[in-house]
Structures are given as C-alpha cells and as structure tokens.
Write a protein that binds this ligand. Sequence first.
Ligand code: BG6
Length: 496
Amino acid sequence: PAAPPCSFVIFGASGDLTRRLLLPALYNLAATGLLSEGFSIVGVARHDQPPEEFRLQLQDSLKEFATQAVDPETAQWLLSCVTYVSGDFDNDETYAKLGRELDRIEQNGRTKGNRLFYCATPPAAFAPIAQHLAKAGLTREENGAWRRVIIEKPFGTDLESARELNRKLLAVLKEDQIFRMDHYLGKETVQNILILRFANGLFEPVWNRNHIDHVQITVAETVDVGTRGKFYDVTGALRDMVPNHLFQLLSLVAMEPPSRFDANAVRSEKAEALDSIRQVTEKEAIAMSVRAQYRGGYVGDREITSYRKSPDVMPGSTTETFAALKLEVDNWRWAGVPFYLRTGKALNKRRSEIVIKFKNAPVSMFRNLSMDELGDNDLVIRIQPDEGMVLHFNAKVPGPEIQTVPVGMTFQYKDYFEAAPATGYETLIYDCMVGDAILYQRADGVEAGWRAVQPFLDAWEKAGPMGMHTYEAGSDGPEASEHLLEKDGRTWRSLY
Ligand code: BG6
C-alpha cells in the first residue's frame, strides 16, 4: 500500500546524494504506487534560487540517474510536488522560512502534517539541523502527525563522537523519531539473511560453535579513492566500512533469534551481538589486524594512481585503504569461532560476501583420501554482485574408485525473481514513512559497533606508519591479510 501522506524535506537538496539516489528512489516509489497522493518535497540548500530552477535541476538529475525508463506523467507529478527553501543550515531564519513553507503546504491538509526531514548533508550539519528544527518547533509531534529525521552516514568518527551525536540528537528528538541510515540494510540480500536464518528450520540447528569453524565477511571494491580524497584521507577503510556496513552483516549472522520481527526486538538482538565482540587490548588489536594502502596498478584495464598520489590525499598519508580484522564474539553461540573481516578499495573484484565455513567431517573414512583432500563445507552468501547463495560439499566422482570433488548447490536471485533495477534506498525511505525502523540503526547498535573497533583505531593511530602494508591496485589485497588467516591454519575464499 502507499505510504502515509507527508512532506519530505531534504537538507542538502543540491548535493550528490539527492541527485543520484534520493530523487531516483522517490521516482521509483511513485512509479510503483507507493507514494501517497498527499506528498510534497521541500528542498533546502544554501543556494538562493526560485523553486522552478530547482525543479529543472531535479528533472535533469532524473534523466541522468533514473534506474528505469521514466514515465513522463509520473515524473511530472513528482516534480509538481517540489518546492524549495534557501538558507544556511545554522541560521534560525532558514528554519523560520521552512516553517512558513510547511504551514503553507499543510494548510489544505493534504500531507496530514506528517514530516520527514532527510539530512543529506555533511556530518557536521546533522546535530545543528536537528537542534534548529526542534528549536523552531518543527519536529514537535502533535495532532497525530509524525515528525521523523533521517541521519545519513557517517554517524560519528569514533566511539566518543558517536556518543556525542546520539546525546545531541536524543536531547531534542525521541529515539523513535531518529532514523540512522546504513544503506547496506537496503540491500535485498542483506535483508534476506534474516529470512534465511529464521524462516527456515534447516540452518539454525547448525548455526553455532558446534558446527561452524569460522565466518568470513568480505566487502571488496574495485573503485579507488577517486575524487573523495578529502573525506577518505581522514576516514580510512576501517571507519568508512567496518562499524557500519560490515557490522550489519556480522550482526545479522551472529544475532540470536528475536522474540518477534519488529524494530525493537530485532535491533536489541543485533546490538547484543555487537556488544559480545571481544574488547581487545591495543596489543591484541595489532596482532589481530592488517591495514594496507594500495600502490599504483591496473584494475582490469583501468590505470589506478597510487593512493598517496591521489587528489587531496596527504603525500605521506598513513590512512588505510584496506583493513582486515579477526574478531571474537564472546557468547555461548560463538565462543571460539573467529569472524574474519576484510574490506578494501582498488581490488581486483567487486564482491561482498559472507562465508559460513562449517567444520569438516571429523575423520576421513575413505582410506585413500586424506582429510586435506576433501573439499570444504561452506555456505557462501553473496550480497553483491550476482546475488545468491552456494552451499559447497563433497561429491563422488563417478567410477569404480572413490574420489571426491567439491560441488556447489546454487541459488541465484535472478533465476527466481525479476527485480526492477533500483537505487537501494526505496525500501528504506518507504519504511521511514510507515514508521518501521527495522532497517535503521538504534543508538545502542551504533555505539556497540564503534566500541568494538575503537581499540583498532587507537592502536593504528599510535603505530602511525609502523605496520602499514601496501598492495598493488588490482590485486586481491596485501599478503599480510593472507597471513592473518594462515596463522590460524585457514585461508580466505579467493576473490578470483
Ligand atoms: C559508502 C562508503 O558508505 O559505501 C564508500 O563511504 C563505499 O566508500 C560504499 O564505496 C559502498 O557501497 P556499495 O553499496 O557500493 O557496496
């Protein structure tokens, strides 16, 4: 059904996120009948321009970034919902203007007074926007109308700043008004982990330390730092990807079954799982991690300049573009089952996947086959691209001799479902409008994530250039990352 009526207010309306993702996502929602007739969009940005001009810009971005063929009538309708307010995000006057605009829109009751404020801005603006909105009374929920705020990534840069941001937001908004975005939760395959585990009886009985040897989570990217040097050089691979995207995957794999499928129950279990990650000392953090920077090279036939020579990157930068961690989850389900995580840029393949590596048969009863000759039992959950799953096991080679080969039982999304190409933001935006926060992060989950990575951040900062490895752009990462697993007698699933 269509979402409830509302005004969708975008701070940072002239930015990249709005053009590339938000508007195409809103279009897709409109095209599938999921937006209410009582819908309006208010763009807020610094640039002083009439609404018509803003509408034209949006029209252009839709042409450029729509994920499917644009139906002129739907586009026309969507653009007719758009207005614009100019002003600085830290100026009271902007919010007074916005208030007047919302009053005007809400006069005829079309939007029922519901408001969704989307902070598509640099992170420094998140708290000031929420504070100003509250001060101007724009987030006060009254007469049954809801007021919600979506906060984009990054949510803080370490544990302390994330806590501080939560404190500031929670001083002016209720937790159920705050929607902390992690776009990984918008991915179908990520959501499917819950279904795989809890809508089937098959997997859960073996989903524990008795049957699982270890878990690997890989988010490999082929993109390099590109033009994002300014942001990336003060961020690095660990902050950019691990406490958010990789931990979404980890917590969905590691969590206990929730008591029910609702936002609070699910998020409590996810936060609990992250909270069980062992707090390591800085010394342990060094031993259990690898960081590296890419050198020049080729990803396919694309030439990549070395990270340190990229625009807006400090020449002697010690920021990592690759991070690998070994984490222990100290609870009854997972004690002794390491979770190995790795992520990096300028690698040879774009691939996000989870490998659940099961314990092998305890002995080889086939005398001619040693244990080493048997293939692994594992379940590979492919998040992107080629979404799907493969279960690997051993099968007998036909013939009189006993010989085995590893084979795979494969499920691919594309064989079963025809999903229209989308931005990945559709479900997230829709869920916020209907008030379902299951795919958004709660304060405790975000903080638990930062708490787990903080020892690594601290240890790496102290070590500076010491212990920084390099890898060739277009390779599958630094050798040191292989050693991290070899030390434990294990290997990463190959990226090739
Ligand atoms: C963003 C990071 O949050 O996620 C980027 O800032 C990264 O550095 C991106 O490239 C990856 O998202 P996806 O959906 O392409 O896997």
